[in-house]
Ligand binder design. Structure first.
Ligand code: GTP
Ligand code: MG
Ligand code: ZN
Length: 308
């Protein structure tokens, strides 16, 4: 029996990097299901698996999925019931965003971050394409950096075009498996190509008219970096639905809201308009960013709709 880590999954075929360094294409047999989860993909990039090698076909059959340290789930939309595992066993997730070309909505950032919090995976934010921004966009960027750094998320402002700002990012990625996620067209694949030019992965300009990416990367895939790291490139995410969260625990995953909520008058305060709510108070005093608070309310509201 051989063992390895899944570096690419296309739904029916899995590419497995073995402990001896060989790469083997594998399939799963019949109904291979992971008990408790209802996912479209039972095995994801980052999963550790055992497989039987078939000499004659020079390929393998996966027989066992080893225990996961973690995984990150996404739903394609808020209404969809099915979720997909973006990646498993990651040490770190990086959300790549752009202020424009295309513009990443703040609520999208927050939906991603609370998911990472819920799965207890350290998260950072990469703001790319700084070479393109005008003064107004730069000031929006600086604002985002100050808001998220204050909460405790590391932010990296980079330009892949100018190879600017990469050193501290590389230092954090070293010796880890990191997932790179974000909207289509923000430059996720370009990051991998820049850090390992031998990869030469496919990238594509965003559309002239809508300033949106064209969903060039179609499957998550893990790649080795010469400085000693693995990065998982992933397909552009449109919307990010939060998965498996109780309405009354959503605020636990906004670290700054959670901290302040200890002082609310009611233990079951949802921080909407309850009397004695320290969270609302902090928003009014500017201690909690209004956009973060708005994201929180919107996610609550979505949740309401889901159960109606
Ligand atoms: N000006 C500028 N363009 C960049 C930068 N980084 C990436 N791009 C361009 O942005 C476009 C999209 O980059 P990709 O790497 O394909 O984006 P992606 O996030 O992988 O997109 P999907 O695979 O569709 O999810 C390409 O034309 C890149 O050359 C940058 O720092 N500055
Ligand atoms: Mg891509
Ligand atoms: Zn409250």
């Amino acid at each position: 029996m051989d063992q390895g880590i899944v570096i690419k999954s296309t739904g029916s075929r899995y590419r497995v990097l073995c402990t001896d360094g060989n790469v083997v294409d594998c399939i799963i047999k019949g109904k291979f299901r992971v008990k408790e989860l209802k996912n479209t993909n039972p095995i994801a990039v980052g999963d550790r698996v055992r497989f039987e090698f078939e000499q004659s076909k020079r390929s393998g059959i996966i027989t066992e999925l080893l225990d996961r340290k973690n995984y990150i789930l996404r739903k394609s939309s808020n209404l969809s019931k099915q979720s997909q595992i973006l990646a498993a066993n990651v040490d770190h997730v990086f959300l790549m965003i752009t202020i424009s070309y295309p513009e990443t909505p703040v609520e999208f950032i927050d939906r991603f971050l609370i998911t990472a919090e819920a799965y207890r995976i350290p998260a950072g934010i990469i703001i790319n394409k700084t070479d393109l921004y005008n003064e107004e966009e730069k000031s929006r960027m600086d604002h985002l950096v100050s808001v998220y750094e204050k909460i405790g998320y590391k932010c990296f402002t980079i330009s892949l075009k100018n190879k600017d700002g990469l050193e501290s990012l590389i230092a954090l990625m070293k010796d880890k498996i990191s997932l790179i996620a974000g909207n289509s067209g923000v430059g996720k694949t370009t990051l991998l190509n820049t850090l390992n030019p031998a990869l030469n992965l496919k990238t594509e300009e965003i559309s002239d008219y809508h300033k949106q990416g064209k969903h060039i990367t179609t499957f998550p895939e893990m790649h080795h970096m010469p400085f000693g790291a693995y990065l998982i490139d992933s397909p552009g995410i449109r919307g990010f639905g939060v998965v498996d969260m109780d309405r009354n625990e959503i605020y636990h995953f906004f670290p700054e809201i959670f901290r302040i909520s200890q002082d609310c008058r009611f233990y079951n305060c949802l921080h909407i308009d309850e009397p004695g709510c320290s969270v609302k108070n902090a928003v009014e005093k500017g201690e909690i960013d209004p956009l973060r608070y708005r994201s929180y309310l919107n996610i609550l509201e979505d949740d309401n709709r889901k159960y109606r």
